[in-house]
Every structure is written in structure tokens, then in C-alpha cells.
Design a protein around this ligand. Structure first.
Ligand code: DOR
Ligand code: ZN
Length: 409
């Protein structure tokens, strides 16, 4: 397809997902990057066929919204267990939220978190920052962060216009938790009113009204993108305290509409909002679910069962990579060689007992899925192989100015 055929560090051939289609590909990897991709026929496969039978080769997934906790909350999750869970879920890049203890609202705490992650992470990782106490710290933080997370209190604050001006000047992505007391529209309106043409990503969108409002704002020329999470297109609200999450789960009609927006690609991305808590905390109603290990199997099963198009894979791989401007999420020459071999010969049910994350409650308990992740290559190195983790070091990802979807002209 592209690239020169020459000696490679690794060659993988087999059925693979490429830009909305399944193809028989031969993929060569050199120096951690995909060096060449050729369409082949099964009888032309090189000797290193690893994706045959009921196996498929996928790009490593990109999760643009996770909470790895650690620091003073490592009892919930730490960078080792969280990224290990990512590997088991076929995720090779995670982007971590700043609502830690302590909150990542200063360069000092950001550096502390970067340091912890660099010691423990098993997949590549990027960071967001909370609105810093000293706004001027954003200038120096700019090179380390993919965006600034806006929480409801930031949106309601009188300082929002100043903040949005600063983000615009620095070409920093505003990553917005728009839901305020269940309503997403107020948050969307307030942010877009002061965004000044800057880049805004609305995360974990849960309501059809919110999604429609963002689609309208796209038509009006705002540089907005949005993601939703599997729980918003699969699960309806419940009185079970363990099913607590922010934004909250919605009624059946809303869930169906959010599902439609995912199937038809009206939302730009899927994220997990992997938010680990202990079982005791969940029983006490603390909001948030783990999701890193369940999302790819859920997506893959929907596709295999004919409930979603193949393109749904893009929402958890190439699209978030594009929004954040990272060289990941697709089996294309020049991209990082993050590869997943997904095996789909068996059916099973999701069970909290099988999870690697410290959070042993999943809202998807008992849901039938097909197969699972068999092996993962991180930048060309075998990081996970049939349940064995090879301790390949995850790399910190840095933003590359003007490569995102919304780059300034
Ligand atoms: O349910 C949630 N849990 N929503 C959030 O916005 C935060 C997250 C967490 O950190 O636990
Ligand atoms: Zn979150």
C-alpha cells in the first residue's frame, strides 16, 4: 500500500482493520513505527503470521479520558495497575485527568504526577491539567499537557472568560465536563459563549439534547468535538448506588438516542472515563466506573453482532488520536507500531472477577462479549502476550502544536 519493502524488526500479517474495512495486510515495523503496510492474500503471508484464524489485527486503542489516580489515592488505582488494565483492554495510549489528591492545579503537582507515571506506566500516556491556581503557570505547563479540564465549578466561575482567553492564546484544548446537576446545556452554552474560537472538547456526553446542541454549534463553525462512554449508550439509570456516575445514567429513550449518535458517527470519540473506586466506595454511592478492560470487547461484539459498523472502532482509536494530535490509533505507515491481536473464537460474560484494575466492580457485569485481547505490541515491542505482561516502559506523550483537528490556521 505504501512504504518500501525492506528488512523489518517485526512483520505481522493477517486480517486487519484498516480505515473502515477488513483487509489481509502485511505490516512491517522498524524502530517502533509502522514502516510499511501492504495488502496481501492469505497465501502470501510471511512466515510471521500471528493474526490468523479467528484473530484480527487492530490498532492499539486510544483512551482520551481516564483516571489513573495514584499519588494519595493509590488504594483505588495506580499507574502500574491502571496501565496494566489498559494493556488487557487493548489500549496503548491513555490521557489522564487532573482531579487527583492532590489536585493537579500547579506545575509542582503536575511534575510529581509525571514522575510517578514515568516509573510505573506500561502504556504511553498524556496529561491534562486542572485550571491552575496561578493562571500564568499554563505557559510553562503548555509543553506537557494536552488540555485543561474544566469542571462545573470552573464553568460557573466568574473567571471563565479570562480562562478561555488564556486557553485560546496558548492554543490549549479546553476539555469540558459540561454537566451541571444533570443538565449539559447550561455548561455547553456558558463555555461556547466565552470560547473565542478556541478548541473545546466536551467529554462524557450523556444526553441527546447535549449532543444535538454540540452538533448545532459545529454547524455554526465552533471548533468543538465530543466523546461519550459505553455506559451512556448501553446502561439505563438505576437506584443501585453502585451504578452512580457523573453525569448520571439516563432513561431508556436517551440511551437509545446516544447509541444512535455513536453508530452513525455523530459523536467524535468514545472514551471510558475509567474512574476506579473500591467496592465499598461503590456500595456507598461514589460516582464512577472502571472501563479500560471492557470497552474494546463491547465495541467489537457490537460490530460482530451487526449492531454497529466497523467504523465504530475509529471512535476509540484514530479519532481521539486525531483530536489530540498524537501519532497513534491507525495501522498506517509512520504511525507508532501499537498493535492489538484480538481473538474472537469464544463467547464469555464480562465479570468483575476477571478485571486487572484495582476497581472490582463493573457496571457491565454479565454482559456477553466475544473474545478478548490476546497480545499487544507497544511501539513494536510485545507488551502483553496471552496474559503475560512484558513490562515494556510506557512513554510520556507530549502535545505537538498545530496537529490537532482544531489547529489554528
Ligand atoms: O463519575 C465520575 N467519576 N465522574 C467524574 O466526573 C469524576 C469521576 C471520578 O474521578 O471518579
Ligand atoms: Zn472523568
Amino acid at each position: 500500500m505504501a512504504g518500501r519493502r525492506r528488512s523489518a524488526d517485526l512483520t505481522i500479517s493477517g486480517r486487519a482493520y484498516l480505515q473502515g474495512e477488513l483487509k489481509d495486510l502485511e505490516i512491517c515495523v522498524s524502530n517502533g513505527k509502522i514502516d510499511g503496510v501492504w495488502v496481501s492474500s492469505p497465501n502470501e503471508y510471511s512466515e510471521k503470521v500471528v493474526a490468523d484464524g479467528k484473530r484480527i489485527l487492530l490498532p492499539g486503542m486510544v483512551d482520551m479520558h481516564v483516571h489513573m489516580r495514584d499519588l494519595n489515592q493509590s488504594y483505588k488505582e495506580d499507574w502500574f495497575t491502571g496501565t496494566r488494565a489498559a494493556l488487557f483492554g487493548g489500549v496503548t495510549a491513555v490521557f489522564d485527568m487532573p482531579n487527583n489528591d492532590p489536585r493537579v492545579d500547579s506545575l509542582r503537582v503536575l511534575r510529581w504526577k509525571m514522575e510517578e507515571a514515568s516509573k510505573k506506566a506500561l502504556v504511553d500516556h498524556g496529561f491534562y491539567m486542572a485550571v491552575p491556581q496561578k493562571l500564568e503557570e499554563l505557559h510553562r505547563a503548555r509543553e506537557f499537557i494536552f488540555g485543561v479540564k474544566l469542571y462545573p465549578e470552573d464553568i460557573l466561575s466568574g473567571k471563565l472568560p479570562d480562562l478561555m482567553r488564556e486557553l485560546y492564546e496558548l492554543d490549549l484544548l479546553a476539555v469540558v465536563h459540561a454537566e451541571i446537576s444533570g443538565d449539559e446545556l447550561l455548561g455547553i452554552r456558558r463555555v461556547l459563549k466565552s470560547c473565542r474560537g478556541g478548541r473545546c472538547h466536551f467529554t462524557h456526553m450523556s444526553s441527546p439534547a447535549g449532543i444535538t446542541s454540540l452538533l448545532e454549534s459545529k454547524l455554526f463553525g465552533f471548533q468543538v468535538t465530543m466523546d461519550t462512554c459505553p455506559h451512556y449508550f448501553l446502561l439505563t439509570s438505576s437506584t443501585d448506588p453502585r451504578m452512580s456516575v457523573r453525569p448520571p445514567l439516563r432513561c431508556d429513550d436517551d440511551v437509545k438516542l446516544v447509541m444512535n449518535s455513536v453508530r452513525t458517527g455523530l459523536v467524535d470519540a468514545i472514551s471510558t472515563d475509567h474512574a476506579p473506586h473500591t467496592v465499598e466506595e461503590k456500595e456507598a454511592g461514589v460516582p464512577g466506573f472502571p472501563g479500560l478492560e471492557t470497552t474494546l470487547p463491547i465495541i467489537f461484539t457490537m460490530i460482530l453482532d451487526g449492531k454497529a459498523p466497523l467504523r465504530m472502532l475509529d471512535l476509540y482509536s484514530s479519532r481521539p488520536a486525531e483530536i489530540l494530535g498524537v501519532n497513534k490509533g491507525a495501522l498506517l505507515p509512520g504511525r507508532d507500531a501499537d498493535l492489538v491481536i484480538y481473538e474472537y473464537s469464544t463467547r464469555r460474560r464480562i465479570s468483575s472477577e476477571d478485571l486487572q484494575t484495582k476497581a472490582k466492580f463493573t457496571p457491565f457485569e454479565g454482559i456477553p462479549v466475544v473474545g478478548g485481547v490476546e497480545s499487544v505490541y507497544l511501539r513494536g515491542e510485545l507488551a502483553l502476550s496471552e496474559g503475560e505482561v512484558n513490562m515494556i516502559k510506557g512513554k510520556m506523550l507530549r502535545p505537538c502544536a498545530n496537529t490537532g483537528l482544531h489547529s489554528k490556521e
